[in-house]
Design a protein around this ligand. Structure first.
Ligand code: GLU
Length: 624
């Protein structure tokens, strides 16, 4: 294990199982070490390591995971990726095909008429690919290759000079291939220079841990999960994985994909690298090779791992099925904006027209198809809020489907809003496009669903309420705090309350402070905020004229639980506890009525909270 995690993963069943596999196959001695490159014969046949690297950057390491060995053919997919970046898919396809050959790795198999090698994983295709890496000299070509493979491994890599010289002295078959490639103009410069670069790339020294990280980088769409560095553009990863899947394991490629089911590549020094896209990278190293030229232990270990943890690519994860987490309307769960009784009644009547769908997990074609089907088969609401708080990722196809849906809904008069989506670049981009086609005044992306709901509610209220409620409260007599008091009693209470003006951005109340007063909002807008894990704040409520602020902590005599910030200049009336307490002796009637009104205000908030919580009893629109 990596040292950072050694102490905490002793109990991990994954680590325990890897150690058990390693112990068991340590006793497996079939196969022989490659000798055709003389220097490779010096490998210790008992070297054996198994490593797993996850796409969130954790590594499990067992056995000789730090033992260096030469990468050999495992360099081929990475150089193919680099050549794809340099030339593009179509241009590269004119030089090297993507058909499995069924021949040995060193077969001289070129297309009969155009000389094009069948695929980039056999030597002929790999040498041709190396020649396509853009550079003005062989040295530069090799350095670009070394840097690229280093980005995958997450560290600078060196060449094992002994192995390089050994292959260079003996690699006449590869030289023959180089000349043939030159003959067919697949290679255009000095073919021997390209063959030397190829020998060097094969002699790059790696460890089993490196293999796992390189595989995890492919699994992570080209982004190294350990360093955060991009090794290759994500667009080319599918091409690289495709040739690995069909041609990566010499002439055992068919059997491998059948039994193990992961794109992979092996090399004659005994390394095997396998990729489970989106999930993890596997590296196994053991120098004894079977008849196909693959590490005999590595093949067995990978077969067992695939069966043990269901890693076969064609055994798809069930992620597609529950993308709709929750669906409700604003009648079930409104925004946290405090509303007058009339406004609330209006929203209960019209809130059905504001629908919220909370999506979750990974949005790809199949999960998004269900959402799209569900939404387009229902009566259209006036507003549809798509909440992506629990969406972990979205691919371009899913973003495009949701974008088209939003466009079509908009054409039928439904405003589609997107919330909590800043972590989903393709979706944000799609909605920015959608926004740019909508009327100039409309805002369609909100950081929270609460903001979006408030915006939709305002729009509904504006349309549905014949005379909008006053934005200011001119008389204390209109405030809920004094309900049930006579005019004279209101005047007596007013006499002990003090006016306060709070400028926009300043605090009315600070969390943790002693609750020495109740504040009544007369004019303006203020919001209460609570800190949530991750150092952010969550809006608890927005108050307007007529709202009572801080009554809960006042009643409990506990410290303030939230901070209230003025969102515009705010006018208030403040009732200090000491003044209020003195009413108990001077005006016990007023004191009792005000207490009852405070209790009612708290009960009202509790009722709204209970009502809103009911939303979690709603079944999602679609299941399974
Ligand atoms: N350098 C070796 C060769 O070209 C690589 C072979 C392999 O790993 O498959 O023969």
């Amino acid at each position: 294990m990596t040292t950072d995690h050694r102490s905490c993963d002793e109990l991990s069943p994954i680590r325990i199982r890897l150690e058990e596999l390693h112990r068991r196959y340590q006793a497996f001695h079939e196969g022989t070490v490659a000798t055709y490159i003389p220097e490779l014969a010096h490998a210790n046949p008992d070297w054996f390591a198994i490593c797993l690297a996850t796409t969130d950057g954790f590594i499990y390491e067992v056995g000789d995971f730090a033992q260096p060995f030469t990468i050999q053919s495992i360099s081929k997919p990475f150089v193919y990726g680099l050549a794809l970046e340099d030339n593009g898919r179509n241009a590269l396809l004119t030089k090297v095909g993507v058909e499995p050959s069924g021949d040995a790795f060193n077969a001289i198999s070129l297309h009969k008429t155009n000389g094009r090698p069948l695929n980039p994983m056999i030597n002929a295709g790999a040498i041709a690919t190396t020649g396509q890496v853009r550079a003005s000299s062989p040295t530069e070509r090799f350095e670009r290759i070394r840097a690229c493979i280093g980005r995958f491994a997450g560290r600078p890599l060196e060449v094992d000079v002994g192995v390089y010289e050994s292959e260079s002295r003996t690699g006449h078959r590869n030289r023959a291939i180089g000349h043939l490639l030159r003959n067919f103009d697949v290679l255009t410069d000095d073919p021997m220079a390209d063959v030397e670069v190829y020998f060097r790339q094969c002699a790059i020294s790696v460890t089993c841990r490196d293999l796992a990280v390189m595989a995890a980088t492919l699994a992570n769409h080209g982004l190294n999960p350990m360093t955060g560095e991009r090794a290759i553009s994500g667009d080319h990863v599918e091409c690289v994985l495709s040739v690995m899947a069909s041609c990566g394991m010499y002439d055992y490629a068919g059997g491998w994909i059948y039994h193990v089911g992961m794109p992979a590549k092996s090399g004659v020094a005994g390394g095997v690298l396998a990729v489970l896209p989106g999930q993890l990278g596997i590296g196994v190293f053991s120098p004894r090779l079977d008849d196909h030229g693959n590490s005999a232990r590595a093949i067995r270990v990978c077969e067992e791992l695939s069966r043990l943890w269901d890693l076969h690519q064609f055994d798809p994860p069930p992620g597609a099925h529950h993308a709709m987490r929750l669906a409700y309307t604003a009648a079930d769960h409104g925004s946290t904006r405090s509303r007058s009784a009339a406004e609330r009644a209006c929203l209960r009547r019209h809130g059905e027209g504001i629908r919220v769908v909370e999506l979750q997990g990974s949005l790809m074609f199949s999960s998004t198809e269900r959402i799209v089907r569900d939404l387009s088969n229902r009566e259209l609401p006036s507003f549809l809020v798509i909440d992506c708080h629990h969406v972990t990722e979205v691919n371009a196809a899913a973003a495009a489907l949701l974008f088209e849906l939003a466009d079509r809904f908009a054409a039928r008069g439904t405003t589609v809003l997107l919330t909590h989506a800043t972590h989903l670049a393709p979706l944000e981009a799609a909605f920015r496009r959608h926004e740019s086609r909508s009327p100039a005044e409309s805002r369609l992306r909100f950081s929270t669903t609460d903001d979006a709901l408030e915006w939709c509610e305002d729009a509904v209220l504006e349309k549905a309420m014949p005379s909008p409620p006053p934005r200011t409260l001119d008389r204390l007599a209109d405030h809920g705090l004094v309900r049930g008091l006579t005019a004279t009693q209101v005047e007596r209470l007013a006499a002990i309350m003090k006016p306060m003006i709070v400028r926009r951005g300043d605090r009315l109340v600070t969390a943790g402070d002693e609750a020495a007063s109740i504040i009544l909002l007369i004019r303006g807008l203020a919001s209460a905020w609570n800190p949530i894990p991750g150092g952010r704040d969550r809006r608890l409520a927005t108050f307007t004229a007529g709202a009572m602020v801080g009554e809960m902590a006042f009643a409990e005599e506990s410290p303030r639980s939230a901070t209230v910030i003025a969102e515009s200049d705010v006018e208030c009336l403040v009732l200090q506890r000491s003044d209020f307490d003195s009413l108990r002796d001077t005006d016990p009637g007023i004191h009792a009525v005000v207490w009852r009104n405070i209790a009612c205000a708290i009960a009202d908030k509790l009722r709204k909270a209970n009502h809103d919580l009911g939303v979690y009893d709603h079944a999602p629109l679609s299941r399974g």
